[in-house]
Design a protein around this ligand. Structure first.
Ligand code: HEC
Length: 130
């Protein structure tokens, strides 16, 4: 036991430096990744509150199963079309935003991020008649 213990201590001491160096490399990689993520977060708001094109893509991806997402006025009767939602919420996106923020049976809980909500609100807003 004493022998093994001494060996372990010797080994730990011997590995101490390279281990530290490796930890520093990992820490450096982490900060590079962090800087990249921060750069994205800092530059995205320049796209303003919401990006209607991104919202369109999101809607095609997540909402077409039930809603008519494009400008078409009519579609399946399961859920209101986005253009009818746009007509109703024109000028006041507040209720629309609130609707998308909270989970809403029968709609699946989509857990949209705030950016995604902004994008979808911008897209639906772009469908409103002017
Ligand atoms: C599984 C089907 C389904 C999916 C997927 C779905 N919805 Fe819905 N949605 C509905 C139904 C059904 C209603 C009507 C609920 C009601 O009137 O009580 C609705 C209502 C809404 C309303 C409220 C309309 C109003 O009456 O003011 C909005 C806004 C909305 N959906 C947006 C979305 C968006 C954005 C997505 C995609 C991110 C989405 N929905 C995905 C089924 C769905």
């Amino acid at each position: 036991m004493g022998f093994l213990g001494q060996r372990l201590i010797a080994k730990a001491g011997g590995d101490g430096q390279p281990g530290l160096a490796a930890a520093r490399v990992v820490a450096m990689r982490r900060s590079v990744v962090l800087a990249a993520v921060l750069a994205c977060v800092v530059t995205t708001p320049s796209l303003a509150a919401g990006d209607a094109q991104a919202g369109h893509r999101l809607a095609q991806q997540w909402c077409t199963g039930c809603h008519v997402v494009d400008g078409a006025a009519q579609g399946p009767d399961t859920a209101p079309s986005f253009s009818s939602i746009a007509r109703r919420s024109a000028g006041d996106p507040g209720p629309l935003r609130a609707w998308l923020t909270a989970p809403h049976p029968p709609m699946p809980n989509l857990s949209l991020s705030r950016q995604q909500i902004d994008d979808i609100v911008a897209y639906i807003g772009s469908l409103a008649p002017r």
